[in-house]
Design a protein around this ligand. Structure first.
Ligand code: A3P
Length: 288
């Protein structure tokens, strides 16, 4: 399978070229899901790594051995990234798979599947800010430019992985009714981690004892994850992620957008949000 050093374009959406190829994207679209699979779906910067950690720890009943010895991408590989087939071949237990792909690209592969699908959404102002900072440290992403320019691209849907609006609307309006689907927000997890883990464990049909839940909660906390080299991406070399320019586990907060949005940017965002989301019943929490 060839690895390209250039940005891949697929169905009008661009992806980072060092991880995605035409072959890897086709592999994702043709993927044969098993009923025992769990698919984590997110737009980037919405709490993907967090959910990977929750599910790993739920499956291990709170035992942190796996989550402290195997990187997140090898425990819950991204379906569309070139290394996924190798990781899944080596997988022993029920598979946790991750994707940032829009619903339209995965709908045929998921049709009729009983695989569990967990969609994590985050308020898009914080997504945009988190994505902006990530662009500054991730050398495989295009130059972020100033925040205003970046925000325009976010609202236009021209960043890698496409439009946040299309992503959220596609999965929650079309996917939800057809799939074995669970929806949760970053903010719900942040405000009530214990209750969120319990809800996820119920959906996963994986009931845990109180002590086991305590352990899941502890190892999923921001402070623990920030120190855990298997999820904080410090293992990735500086040529790919320049850790002198920022941390992957950056702030982990609700409402950080307020530190960077100007009033004008906020008004423009609200207008686009209202127009794009008028048909959606989703509610977002914008501040703690
Ligand atoms: P910030 O950049 O706002 O800090 P993803 O994994 O989808 O790329 O999302 C990364 C974002 O989730 C980052 O947001 C990161 O700090 C945050 N995050 C990861 N683990 C978290 C946790 N346990 N608690 C709160 N936020 C977390």
């Amino acid at each position: 399978m060839s690895r390209l050093n250039v940005t891949e374009t697929f169905h009008q959406i661009t992806f980072p070229g060092h991880l995605h190829t035409q072959d890897s994207l086709r592999y994702a679209m043709d993927f044969q899901f098993q009923d025992t699979d769990t698919l984590i779906v997110t737009y980037p910067k919405s709490g993907t790594t967090w959910m990977q950690q929750v599910l790993t720890l739920l499956f291990s009943r709170g035992d942190p051995t796996l989550s402290h010895s195997i990187p997140n991408w090898a425990r819950a590989p991204w379906l569309e990234q070139y290394y996924c087939p190798d990781v899944l071949k080596a997988s022993l237990g029920p598979r946790i798979i991750t994707t940032h792909l829009p619903y339209s690209l995965l709908a045929p592969a998921l049709q009729g599947s009983k695989a569990k699908v967990i969609y994590v959404a985050r308020n898009p102002k914080d997504v945009a800010v988190s994505y902006y900072h990530f662009h500054k440290m991730a050398n495989f992403l295009p130059q972020a430019g100033c925040f205003g320019e970046f925000l325009d691209k976010f609202l236009d849907g021209t960043l890698h992985y496409g439009s946040w609006f299309d992503h959220v609307k596609g999965w929650t309006s079309q996917g939800r009714d057809k799939l074995n689907f669970f929806y949760i927000t970053y903010e719900e997890m942040w405000q009530d981690m214990r209750g969120s883990i319990e809800r996820i464990s119920t959906f996963m049909q994986c009931p845990l004892l109180a002590e086991e839940l305590n352990n899941v909660q502890r190892h999923c906390s921001f402070s623990c994850m920030k120190e855990n080299a298997m999820v904080n991406y410090t293992q990735i070399p500086d040529e790919i992620m320049d850790h002198s320019k920022g941390s992957f586990m950056r702030k982990g907060k609700i409402g950080d957008w307020k530190t960077i949005f100007t009033e004008e940017q906020n008004c423009m965002f609200d207008q686009v949000f209202e127009a794009e989301m008028q048909s959606s019943k989703l509610n977002f929490i914008w501040e703690p």
